[in-house]
Design a protein around this ligand. Structure first.
Ligand code: GUN
Length: 282
C-alpha cells in the first residue's frame, strides 16, 4: 500500500480562509481579535515558530504583537507583564513561548495567564475542562491533529490509537482528545518495554518524541494512519519528523509529512482559539 499524504498546508489554508472571514465580520462589529506572544531569549527554533505565528495572525487580519524580552528578565517582571496583558482589552490571547530560561518557573507563568486568554490551552483549569469534555480552549497541536484525522473521514470510535510521547503539550492532551472521540488509547514513552508490540496493533499512530527516524516501517501495521509530530533538524540542515517517512509511506494508509503536516495546523488552531476568545468577550 502507498499512503495518501495528509496535506496539512492545504487543510490549514482552508481553515485560515474561514477564520479570515470571521475576523472581518468581527472587525465590522468593532472587535479586532488580538494575540500577544511573549518570547524570552533567542532560541532559533522558538524564533522560527513565533515568526510563523505572526505571519499567520497578520494574514488573517488579526492584531498581533511580539513582546521580545532578554533572557535575563526576572520571573517577577514577567509575571507583572502577564498581569498587564490580562487587563488589556486589545488582546484576546496571550501566549508565552516555551521553553523558558531555567530561572523562570513554567508552572508559575502558565498559571498566571488568565484562563479566558489562555489560547495555548495549557492552564490547569482549561486542561481539566478538556479532560471532562467541557467547552474550552484546546491545546493547538492536539486539536490540529484531530482536525487532520477528520480529513481522512475515519470514524475514530473504537479505533486503537497509540500515542508515543507523554508531554503536557502534545502526548497527554492528544490522547485525551481521542479518548473523548471514543478511541481506545495507549500511551507509550521512554519506559515502555516493547514499543513495537503496541504500535503494531495501532490503527492510528501519533508520534511525538523528537527523535529523527524513531518510528520504523516494521513497527507499523499495514494500513495504519501515521501522524508525525516531530520536528528534527539533521546535520545536513534537512527538516525531518520522528517517522522514517519514505519506508512508512509504503505501509500506512495515510501519513503526515514533515514539514507541511501537523505544523501548519498548530498555528491555525492558535488563530482559531484567539478568534474564539474574541467572540467569548462579545
Ligand atoms: N513551544 C513549542 N510548542 C509550543 C506551543 O504550542 N506553545 C507554546 N507556548 N510554546 C511552545
Amino acid at each position: 500500500m502507498t499512503a495518501t499524504i495528509i496535506d496539512g498546508k492545504e487543510a490549514a489554508k482552508e481553515m485560515r480562509q474561514q477564520l479570515a472571514e470571521e475576523v472581518s465580520r468581527l472587525k465590522e462589529k468593532g472587535v479586532t481579535p488580538g494575540l500577544v506572544v511573549i518570547l524570552i531569549g533567542d532560541d532559533p527554533a522558538s524564533l522560527s515558530y513565533v515568526r510563523g505565528k505572526k505571519k499567520a495572525a497578520e494574514t488573517m487580519g488579526m492584531h498581533f504583537k511580539l513582546d521580545h524580552l532578554e533572557d535575563t528578565i526576572e520571573e517577577d517582571k514577567l509575571l507583572s507583564l502577564i498581569d498587564q496583558y490580562n487587563q488589556d482589552d486589545s488582546f484576546h490571547g496571550i501566549l508565552v513561548q516555551l521553553p523558558l530560561p531555567k530561572h523562570i518557573s513554567e508552572k508559575a507563568v502558565i498559571e498566571r495567564i488568565s484562563t479566558e486568554k489562555d489560547v495555548d490551552g495549557f492552564h490547569p483549569l482549561n486542561i481539566g475542562k478538556m479532560l471532562l469534555g467541557e467547552e474550552t480552549f484546546l491545546p493547538c497541536t492536539p486539536a490540529g491533529i484531530v482536525e487532520l484525522l477528520k480529513k481522512t473521514n475515519t470514524d475514530l470510535s473504537g479505533k486503537e490509537v497509540v500515542v508515543i510521547g507523554r508531554s503536557n503539550i502534545v502526548g497527554k492532551p492528544v490522547g485525551q482528545l481521542l479518548l473523548n472521540e471514543n478511541a481506545t488509547v495507549t500511551f507509550c514513552h521512554s519506559r515502555t518495554k516493547d514499543i513495537g508490540a503496541h504500535t503494531r496493533k495501532a490503527d492510528i499512530l501519533i508520534v511525538a518524541v523528537g527523535k529523527a527516524h524513531f518510528l520504523t516501517a516494521d513497527q507499523i501495521k499495514e494500513g495504519a494512519i501515521v501522524i508525525d509530530v516531530g520536528v528534527n533538524r539533521l546535520d545536513s540542515g534537512k527538516l525531518v519528523g520522528d517517522v522514517d517517512f519514505e519506508a512508512a509511506k509504503e505501509k500506512a494508509s495515510y501519513i503526515t509529512p514533515v514539514p507541511g503536516g501537523v505544523g501548519p495546523m498548530t498555528i491555525t488552531m492558535l488563530a482559531h482559539n484567539t478568534v474564539k476568545s474574541a467572540k467569548n468577550r462579545m
